[in-house]
Design a binder for this molecule. Structure first.
Ligand code: PLP
Length: 444
């Protein structure tokens, strides 16, 4: 049965799919580094009647009537985002991280301009110039990468010497910092120095570490980069969406790039949910949450290393661990490992490692992250247990019985760390929304 307060009783097909997805999330271990469990409060705002409202434009400057409440909601979200990150201006309308990046490019660049961004096969994102992305087709991207692997783990760091050389040679209009698969902290200051030296703008895409920055456990680029883009659904634990921060001098350009440049009506229900998430991230408990994400990633990394996995960049300083599978088993590509782990109830994604000999579809690595299970209450002991279960599943993958045993142990562990132990909001607010804020997240 769905816990949607009966609002979906008239559509058993969708109700049953949603119930199945809730069941999947509650009974398998979520190690996808870009995922999280939002609070029931975020879910409630996402499922609210604001989805009915057209609000093209910005608070006080809308194209439709009836926006007095939407204006307050969006203003609240903007104020909370600015307060949380110490920014002058926030645009909370981007539908996703990709849209936020497109808007930033549109605000700062002309088609054909040169952008330096991180190599996609070494941690960069599709919107950092992939040839299959509109970004790669519109601008001239030049990629910087990471240093080669070193036996002592000191390699596979962003190669700032290479970045400086490329910047001097290519004279980019924009340098993009930020990554989707990079396990070390990224200091924004050397990027600023290099950008200043060559007269480039600096954009920092903190899609992944935004929540860690809000929690104060990762360096913030706000006030250093010209524009900061992020997603609200990764470590920040809000609804699926994007946002942009900038100084006053770029505010108008950024706003115009989002609307009318790229989007029509904003998703005000999602913006309400972003406001809820920014509010949650400003609480002292969120600082503790951020610190626990890092402790848990370190514990996961430590046990994985003991189990015989090589860790890219020698370990982690954030919420992610990038595993090179080749030392563990040279005949186990990332794709096969991901499939085995799915059968064992451990959800993660295959990922290329720097200088990967295998294709992006096959890969030699796995990317793991701790934000979701940290929200569910797991601590360092459970992370060590998860690492051992993962290693066992991969080691014993040919043995169906052994795999079923791992799956049973995963189920048992998940039962003790249920992300949604209470009732959940239904498809409208007022659906079974009793005790929403209670009983989650802060157990460890
Ligand atoms: C996730 C991510 C994005 C895109 O976010 P979507 O919401 O999936 O569009 C952009 N940049 C980086 C670095 C990311 O990790």
């Amino acid at each position: 049965m769905s816990r949607a307060g009966g609002f979906l009783d008239g559509d058993p097909e969708v109700a049953s799919l949603l119930a199945s997805e809730l069941e999947r999330q509650r009974t398998t271990i979520q190690l996808i580094a870009s995922e999280n469990f939002t609070s029931p409060a975020v879910l409630a705002a996402s499922a609210s009647v604001l989805t009915n409202k057209y609000a093209e434009g910005y608070p006080g400057r809308r194209y439709y009537g009836g926006n007095e409440v939407a204006d307050e909601v969006e203003d609240l979200a903007r104020r909370r985002a600015c307060a949380l990150f110490g920014a002058d201006h926030a645009n909370v309308q981007p539908h996703a991280g990709a849209s936020a990046n497109l808007a930033a490019y549109q605000a700062l660049l002309q088609p054909g301009d040169t952008i330096l961004a991180m190599r996609l096969d070494q941690g960069g994102h599709l919107t950092h110039g992939s040839p299959v992305s509109v970004t790669g087709a519109t601008y001239r991207f030049v990629a910087y990468g990471v240093t080669p692997a070193a036996p002592d783990g000191s390699g596979e760091r962003i190669d700032l010497d290479q970045l400086r050389e490329l910047a001097r040679r290519e004279r980019p209009q924009l340098i993009v910092a930020g990554a989707t698969a990079y396990t070390r902290q990224i200091d924004p200051r050397p990027f600023r120095e290099i950008a200043d030296e060559v007269g480039a703008r600096l954009m920092f895409d903190v899609a992944h570490p935004a929540g860690l920055i809000a929690a104060g456990v990762h360096p913030s680029p706000v006030g250093i980069a010209d524009v900061v883009t992020f997603t609200t659904h990764k470590t920040l634990r809000g609804p699926r969406g994007g946002a942009i921060l900038c100084g006053e001098e770029l505010a108008k350009k950024i706003d115009a790039a989002v609307f009318p440049g790229l989007q029509g009506g904003p998703l005000e229900h999602t913006i309400a949910a972003k406001a809820v998430a920014f509010g949650e991230a400003a609480r002292p408990e969120f600082k503790a949450y951020g610190a626990r994400i890092l402790e848990n990633a370190a514990a996961l990394a430590e046990r994985l290393a003991e189990e015989g996995f090589r860790l890219v960049a020698g370990g982690t300083e954030n919420h992610t661990v990038l595993v090179d599978l080749r030392d563990f088993d040279p005949d186990l590509p990332g794709k096969a490992a991901q499939e085995v782990l799915d059968r064992a109830g451990i959800t993660c994604n295959r990922n290329q490692i720097p200088y990967d000999p295998r294709s992006p579809f096959v890969t030699s690595g796995l990317r793991l992250g701790t934000p979701a299970e940290t929200t569910a209450g797991m601590g360092q002991a459970e992370m060590a247990q998860v690492a051992s279960l993962l290693a066992r599943a991969l080691r014993e993958r040919a043995d169906e019985e052994a795999l079923a045993k791992v799956r049973a142990e995963v189920r048992e562990l998940c039962a003790a760390f249920d992300p949604y132990p209470g009732a959940l909001p239904g498809v409208t607010p007022g659906g079974a929304d009793v005790g929403l804020a209670e009983g989650r997240g802060e157990r460890a």
